[in-house]
Design a protein around this ligand. Structure first.
Ligand code: UD1
Length: 337
């Protein structure tokens, strides 16, 4: 059975391609290499021994998207990662985000509309909740006004899919609302490859530990949390990849009662920035150079998942600890030197 993975050479996409191939799916990847490296394909092949089909294509080119679906008419499911994800950049250049994240989603759904049956998995984010009123966050928490165009594209994206599925029962879709994905494949053959200065905590930590960055800035220590630093739910990317396969299998088996559904994907455990630093120092036996600086604009105080729905309905549960995820990220970073 052939599955299209858009953005399949990116951080999460590449780990999902590996899991899909390991479980016997045929994979075709679309990636425009705007935020990924063609070498990731070698990593996927080295891990799985299987060469996925690959089309270098920009999903903003509507005719090319149409041609792709004509050529690959046997695609039965789509896992859609291809999107821009830098919050700050989205504030500076909102139209890039609306075109990249919304325009391309519309083009893909227009193609799926034409199919007899199609499954669609959408890469969503806990950012749709903003600062939720209650922890842990359940799927029934209110969707607050997005803090950034990036966050808005995830909210609008889910709405577009829901509206589309309502009138196209041939499309069954699931949105996975990720908490904070970190780590890398145990082989360290694929991992997170931020371009330029990392914006996210864990790649910044690993690059500080290798000496590529002089110092880690901890954004704020006067949050109303036990140690004053912000709390997130860090999930190992390999666990996250498994969640995609579980969601896809449920859709393919026609087990999802509604045409559209959504799940939180996290570990259920919140960790503060200082706890992450301590855990990193413990597993790597490296001292991190860090200092407390002002809060980063737009950051929420805390966000961690209630995972009851994903545990019970998808039968998926995170297996890896924060320490294991951090160690894998460290192993990967050292290989990049
Ligand atoms: C961010 C986005 C989120 C997006 C995700 C995608 C914001 C507000 N949120 O999540 O919408 O889905 O990235 O990758 O940007 N931190 C530091 N120092 C650093 C970097 C981060 O102290 O150098 C802190 C942050 O303040 C935060 C935590 O570490 O408390 C995690 O930050 P990060 O990894 O950037 O993820 P989010 O901000 O949670």
């Amino acid at each position: 059975m052939k599955i299209l993975v858009t953005g399949g050479l990116g951080f999460i996409g590449s780990h999902v391609v590996v899991k899909l191939q390991e479980q016997g799916f045929d994979v075709v990847i679309i990636d425009n290499l705007s935020n990924s490296d063609i070498k990731v394909l070698d990593g996927i092949i080295a891990i799985t021994g299987i060469t996925p089909e690959f089309e270098q294509l920009d999903l903003r080119e509507k005719p090319a998207v149409s041609d792709f679906f004509k050529k690959h008419s046997d695609v039965r499911g789509v896992i859609h990662f291809a999107a821009s994800k830098a919050v700050g950049e989205s504030v500076e250049n909102p139209l890039l985000y609306y075109e990249n994240n919304i325009g391309t989603l519309v083009y893909i759904l227009q193609e799926l509309q034409k199919k007899e049956q199609a499954c669609f998995i959408f890469s969503s984010s806990c950012t749709v909740y903003g600062q939720a009123d209650q922890m842990p966050i359940t799927e029934s928490a209110a969707i607050k006004k997005a803090e950034s165009p990036y966050g808005n594209t995830k909210q609008i994206g889910e709405e577009i899919i829901q509206d589309t599925c309502r009138v196209n029962p041939n499309i069954k879709a699931t949105a996975l609302r990720y908490f904070n994905p970190i780590g890398s494949h145990e082989s360290a053959l694929i991992g997170e490859l931020p371009i330029g200065v990392p914006q996210n905590l864990v790649p910044f930590i690993t690059q500080t530990a290798t000496g590529q960055r002089a110092e880690l800035s901890v954004f704020g220590d006067d949050y109303p949390t036990p140690d004053g630093t912000a709390i997130r739910d860090y999930i190992h990317v390999v666990d996250l990849a498994e969640a995609h396969v579980a969601a896809l299998k449920r859709l393919l088996a026609n087990q999802q009662a509604t045409n559209f559904d959504f799940y939180n994907v996290g570990t259920g455990k919140g960790s503060s920035v200082l706890e992450v630093i301590t855990a990193f120092e413990t597993v790597t036996k490296k001292k991190l150079n860090y200092k407390i600086v002002d809060k980063r604009e737009g950051d929420v105080i805390q966000a961690y998942a209630d995972t009851t729905k994903v545990n019970n309905v998808l039968g998926w549960k995170a297996k890896y600890s924060l320490e294991e995820a951090l160690f894998s990220a460290w192993k990967w970073e050292q290989k990049q030197l």
